[in-house]
Design a binder for this molecule. Structure first.
Ligand code: TXA
Ligand code: MG
Length: 344
């Protein structure tokens, strides 16, 4: 059995618990080599494929196919000046998509790819403006999820250069971290030849770290699992955190994002009937509805979005979230929560 088959069969054992019926598009739960090939062909033929990554599920399209990319914007309801991340199968493809790549960016890529990190680089002529939101930069990422890697590799074998994929949610909503949530979020906007690859629950649960490498020094645009501290410890690089409003086109850095329909309230006392999310050692207030009970901050990140979505599935009006304390991933969680809470 080849490496890819081993990887894929592990995913199958995670995802086979979910049953899907009555859906317009096809959902592939037992992601074998052959089925991922079918998904790569669908992408090459201009269809959309939602696929798991280690962070959240993406909604993918061939990054050179303008019509397919237009459908991503349509399905998400996302303004077309918001750029998409191009997912590539390996570091070797960076030079196809980007030019003037600084040494420090290569250092980051060597250290953290495949993994939950996106680099913003100056775009090459090959990178069309319909994926960059008309900007002169392009976002690139090599994900580490075995299904994503397999899909990208097979897509590459078919001559594909990259898969543009935003998170598979409607604009402004919470990113899906399992295939069921993808279905609930966007299935009514998908077509019969589109596909959803089911890889179970995403292990990281929050979107990738985005680092702008289009200037003299690396600049953190969106915090993620690869923190500035991890980067410093592994590469010696200091990441600037000079948040710059000129990057306002990146939806993840808008003030209001990642929002369920329920009102998200931070660090307040929950009333009876409110949803409640907190670390396991914090007891549920009387009458509140517990939506997640993470034991660790990693588990908190992994479960947070599904818990926020659960508040809508249960038609809750309000969800109280007790934020985790400390740096690292706790800081990432607080970044997303502050945006979830800022629109109501
Ligand atoms: O973890 C992730 O990054 C997930 C998975 C699917 O890879 N993707 C994701 O994509 O979160 P999206 O589109 O939901 O968020 C990507 C962010 C957006 O805020 C987008 O505007 C920003 O990256 N972005 C992409 N290209 C950019 C560019 N050239 N300049 C500035 N921001 C960019
Ligand atoms: Mg998103």
């Amino acid at each position: 059995m080849g490496t890819s088959e081993v990887r894929v069969s592990v995913i199958h054992s995670i995802s086979k618990l979910i049953k899907w019926d009555d859906l317009i598009m096809q959902i592939i739960s037992n992601c074998t080599h052959g089925q991922i090939k079918k998904a790569a062909e669908a992408l090459k033929n201009g269809h959309l494929v939602s696929f798991p990554t280690e962070t959240v599920y993406g909604l993918g399209a061939d990054a050179v196919n303008e019509q397919a990319i237009a459908r991503i914007y349509e399905v998400k309801g996302r303004p077309t000046d918001h750029p998409l991340i191009v997912h590539i199968s390996s570091l070797n493809l960076v030079e196809k998509w980007a030019v003037d790549i600084p040494e420090y960016a290569l250092k980051l890529a060597h250290e953290f790819w495949p993994g939950p990190m996106t680099l913003i680089l100056r775009k090459s002529d090959f990178a069309q403006k319909f994926i960059t939101g008309n900007q002169e930069t392009v976002g690139l990422r090599v994900p580490s999820h075995p299904i994503a890697i397999e899909l990208l590799t097979q897509f590459r074998n078919l001559g594909g250069a990259g898969i543009a994929a935003p998170s598979a949610n409607r604009f402004g909503a919470v990113s899906p971290t399992n295939a069921k949530d993808v279905v609930e979020e966007i299935s009514t906007n998908l077509r019969s030849k589109d596909l959803i690859l089911d890889g179970g629950q995403c292990q990281v649960g929050v979107e990738s770290t985005i680092i702008d490498c289009s200037d003299g020094a690396p600049n953190l645009l969106r915090p993620g699992a690869i923190t500035a501290e991890i980067i410093r410890a592994n590469t010696g690089l200091n990441i600037l955190k000079s948040f710059d409003k000129k990057m306002i086109r990146a939806p993840g850095v808008l003030d209001s994002h990642y929002s369920p329909k329920a009102k998200v309230v931070l660090d307040k006392t929950a009333k009876s009937g409110d949803g409640f999310i907190a670390m396991a050692d914090i007891p549920t207030p009387s009458g509140a509805i517990r939506l997640a009970t993470p034991l660790t901050v990693e588990q908190y990140a992994r479960d947070l979005y599904a818990a926020l979505r659960l508040s809508d599935k249960r038609n809750l009006k309000q969800v109280v979230v007790i934020q985790p304390t400390g740096g690292g991933l706790a800081l990432v969680i607080r970044d997303r929560l502050s945006k979830s809470a800022s629109n109501k």
